[in-house]
Design a protein around this ligand. Structure first.
Ligand SMILES: Cc1ncc(COP(=O)(O)O)c(C=O)c1O
Ligand SMILES: [Zn+2]
Length: 406
C-alpha cells in the first residue's frame, strides 16, 4: 500500500497529483517534494514491521513513494555501515566520531540511493528515456539503474569530470557527452533536450523522487542509532539532496512518533572554498544563494555553483541550529590521506571537506568534544585518481636493492 497523498512545491506550496509525472513546480520553477499521509502511517506502520526485512533501503517501503513494488529497479542498495573512528576521534580530541560509509553502495556512492528511487519511479510511470547532468557520481548511478531497467540513458558532464565517472557511464551503456562547461551548463542542455529528444529530466531536485531515495540515509541512521539521533551531522553539499532528504526523514520519523527524543542533529553543510555558494549565503544570512564563480574544486561532486534547492538546504541547516561553511580547497588531499592512513577508509574528496570543517568547529566551540558526531563518506576514494597527485617512488628490480632507501 502506498501512503503518498500528493506532491507539494517546497517554495509556494502548490499541490500536484502524485499519480502523474512531474518535474519542477510549474508556478515558480522550484522543487516538488512528496507528502505522505503520516496520520494513517502512524496507525499502520510501526518499528516492529521492520523486523526481519532485508537490510536494504526498501525495508522502509511504506515511507517511500513506490506505487508498485514489482517496478522497483534495484542493484541491492545495502544498509551502509557506521564505523566508529577511534584514531580520528583521538586526533580531533572528541569522544564519539562515526563515519557512515556510503561508498559501499552500488556504483560506489550515495547517488545510488537517489537514482534507484528515481529510476524505479520513472520505470513505474512507463518512461523509456532518461537524462541527467552530472558533476560526477549521479551520472554513473543513473546509467547503471537505467541499464537495469532497460531504459535509454543520456549523461552530460563537464569535460574535466573524473575519468572513472566518464568511463562508468560508458560501460553502463549511457550516451555520455563531455561538455566544455560546468554542471549548470549541462543542466541547461538536459532542459533544452526534453522537448527535442523526449527524455525525462532526472536532474537533482528537478524531479521529486531522488530526494526520497536520499531520505533513506536519515531513516537508516535513526534505526542504526536505535531511534536516538546523533548530535551533529557533517555532510558535503553540492545540489543538496542528501542534506535535504535526511532532514525530511527526521521530520517524518518524528511525526510517526518513532524518535525517542525530539532533539534533532545540527546539520553542518560542508563545502570547499573552491565552490562555496551555500556557505557564502549562510554567512550573509541569505535564503537564496548567489552563483559561485569561478567554481574550481577537485571534489567534483560538490562543484555545483548554483543549486535549485539552495533555499531548502539553507532552511534545513538553520532550522537544525547548524552551520554552512567551507574548508580550504588545498587541504582536501591531506584530509583524504589522513583518514585513509588512520582508519583504512577510502574517503572521497567531497567528504574530506567535512574533516576540515570539524577541525574549525571544534576550535570555535561550535561542536563539543562529548557530542556524537557523524560524517557521511558519500563516495569511494577509488573513483578519484586525479585527486591523488603524489608520485610513488620507483624501484628497479634489475639492480641490487638499496635497502637504506626503503
Ligand atoms: C561523492 C559525492 N558527495 C557529495 C555530493 C553532493 O551531493 P548533494 O547533491 O546531495 O549535495 C556528490 C554529488 O555529486 C557526490 O558525488
Ligand atoms: Zn511553486
Amino acid at each position: 500500500m502506498n501512503y503518498v497523498t500528493h506532491l507539494e512545491c517546497a517554495n509556494c506550496a502548490a499541490r500536484y497529483d502524485a499519480a502523474k509525472v512531474h518535474n519542477l513546480c510549474t508556478a515558480c520553477q522550484r522543487p516538488l517534494v512528496v507528502r505522505y499521509d503520516l496520520v494513517a502511517l502512524k496507525q499502520k506502520f510501526s518499528k516492529k514491521a521492520l523486523f526481519g526485512r532485508p537490510p536494504t533501503i526498501w525495508r522502509y517501503l511504506e515511507l517511500l513513494p513506490v506505487r508498485d513494488p514489482a517496478k522497483i529497479v534495484s542493484l541491492t542498495e545495502t544498509i551502509t555501515p557506521i564505523l566508529e573512528t577511534k584514531q580520528l576521534a583521538s586526533h580531533f580530541g572528541v569522544q564519539h566520531l562515526y563515519l557512515k560509509d556510503e561508498s559501499r553502495l552500488p556504483t560506489g556512492s550515495f547517488k545510488a540511493r537517489g537514482m534507484a528511487m528515481a529510476v524505479s519511479m520513472a520505470h513505474g510511470f512507463g518512461l523509456k528515456r532518461v537524462a541527467c547532468p552530472t558533476a560526477g557520481n549521479a551520472g554513473g548511478a543513473m546509467a547503471a539503474y537505467a541499464a537495469r531497467a532497460g531504459m535509454e540513458a543520456y549523461v552530460f558532464m563537464p569535460e574535466d569530470t573524473p575519468i572513472i565517472n566518464q568511463k562508468e557511464c560508458f560501460l553502463a551503456g549511457a550516451k555520455t557527452f563531455l561538455v566544455n562547461g560546468l554542471i549548470t551548463d549541462c543542466g541547461r542542455i538536459v532542459g533544452e533536450g526534453r522537448a527535442k529528444k523526449g527524455w525525462f529530466d532526472l536532474s537533482t531536485l528537478k524531479e521529486p523522487y531522488r530526494i526520497e531515495g536520499k531520505k533513506t540515509m536519515g531513516l537508516e541512521l535513526a534505526e542504526q542509532f536505535d531511534w536516538e539521533l546523533p548530535d551533529v551531522i557533517l555532510y558535503p553539499t553540492g545540489g543538496g539532496t542528501g542534506l535535504i532528504g535526511m532532514w525530511k526523514a527526521f521530520q517524518e520519523l518524528e511525526a510517526l512518533g518513532w524518535l525517542k527524543s525530539p532533539k534533532r542533529p545540527r546539520m553542518i553543510s560542508c563545502q570547499s572554498t573552491g565552490c562555496a555558494p551555500i556557505a557564502e549565503a549562510f554567512k550573509k544570512g541569505d535564503r537564496f544563494a548567489k552563483k559561485f564563480e569561478p567554481a574550481v574544486t577537485i571534489a567534483s561532486g560538490i562543484r555545483v555553483p548554483a543549486a535549485v534547492g539552495d533555499f531548502m538546504i539553507l532552511d534545513a541547516v538553520r532550522a537544525s541550529g547548524g552551520i554552512a561553511l567551507a574548508t580550504p580547497e588545498a587541504d582536501i588531499p591531506k584530509w583524504m590521506q589522513f583518514a585513509g592512513s588512520r582508519e583504512g577508509v577510502a574517503l572521497c574528496p567531497e567528504t574530506a571537506v567535512c574533516l576540515g570543517a570539524l577541525e574549525v568547529l571544534l576550535q570555535d566551540g561550535k561542536i563539543k568534544p562529548t557530542e556524537r558526531i557523524v560524517i557521511f563518506n558519500t563516495g569511494a576514494a577509488q573513483k578519484y585518481p586525479e585527486a591523488v597527485r603524489e608520485q610513488l617512488p620507483r624501484l628497479d628490480c634489475t639492480q641490487p636493492i638499496d635497502w637504506a632507501s626503503i
